[in-house]
Design a binder for this molecule. Structure first.
Ligand code: 5RP
Length: 223
């Protein structure tokens, strides 16, 4: 059987996240294998319900009997919990490996606090080894790809994948991300781009970093 060697760390980070969830809240829930570990544990806490960051997450939450709320009906959320593909020392992240970046960024933007759960393999000095997912309107795919090349990137069309919003993804390698906020904005400025996987404007407030030594809670300076 193929066992993810990082699974124990993901489970540990998810368990640590439980203590940050207050009774009665509507929780923003991210997407991915680390979040799946959290979802399994959610019956242990007394949340009112959840806003899901993807259809996959929504289906898993519903299967556990957790009520799903529409973000438009609930206003700002107190807490959003998600994983990341990379995170730097300031809490900037690359997300979108699972293709849910746009809905994730919307729910994160509407949340007062973002807790990011990671195993130690996700910690980087500088973002960018993991490709940046850029969600584009289908008609803009080729144009946006040329703009990404002009930025020094190497975009690869994610074949056979359509986002929850009916768009396509260009996984963009080799971007230089020394200033995450600037790169995030520049990507957003490309006509036809819906969203990108650099999370600097929606950086994490707290990181739960799991290693074999345990889970460390890192609070970023913005708090
Ligand atoms: C999905 C995401 C995930 O948070 C990210 O890909 C991390 O996933 P995992 O927990 O499976 O490593 O951004 O769009």
């Amino acid at each position: 059987m193929n066992i993810d060697p990082k699974l124990a760390q993901k489970q540990a980070a998810a368990k640590a996240a439980l203590s940050h969830i207050d009774d009665g809240i509507i929780l923003g829930v991210g997407t991915g294998s680390t979040v799946n570990c959290l979802i399994e544990l959610l019956p242990q806490v007394k949340i009112k319900g959840a806003v899901a960051s993807s259809q996959v997450t929504e289906d898993k939450l519903r299967a556990l009997g957790i009520e799903i709320f529409d973000l438009n009906q609930v206003g700002d959320l107190d807490l959003y919990i998600d994983g990341a593909d990379e995170i730097d020392a300031a809490g900037n992240m690359i997300k979108g490996g699972g293709g849910a970046l746009t809905r994730e960024k919307i729910v994160a933007a509407a949340s007062k606090q973002f807790i990011c759960m990671v195993d130690e393999s996700k910690i980087v000095q500088t973002l960018g080894k993991f490709p940046v997912a850029v969600e584009v309107l289908p008609q803009a795919r080729s144009y946006a790809a040329r703009q990404l090349v002009a930025m020094g990137g190497n975009p690869v069309y994610r074949e056979g994948f359509v986002t929850d919003y009916g768009n396509v993804i260009l996984d963009t390698y080799d971007l230089t991300i020394t200033d995450a906020a600037a790169v995030e904005q520049r990507l957003n400025n490309i006509v036809g781009v819906v969203c990108n996987g650099v999370f600097a404007a929606q950086a994490a407030h707290i990181m739960l970093k799991a290693s074999d030594a345990g889970v460390e809670t890192v609070k970023f300076a913005r708090l």
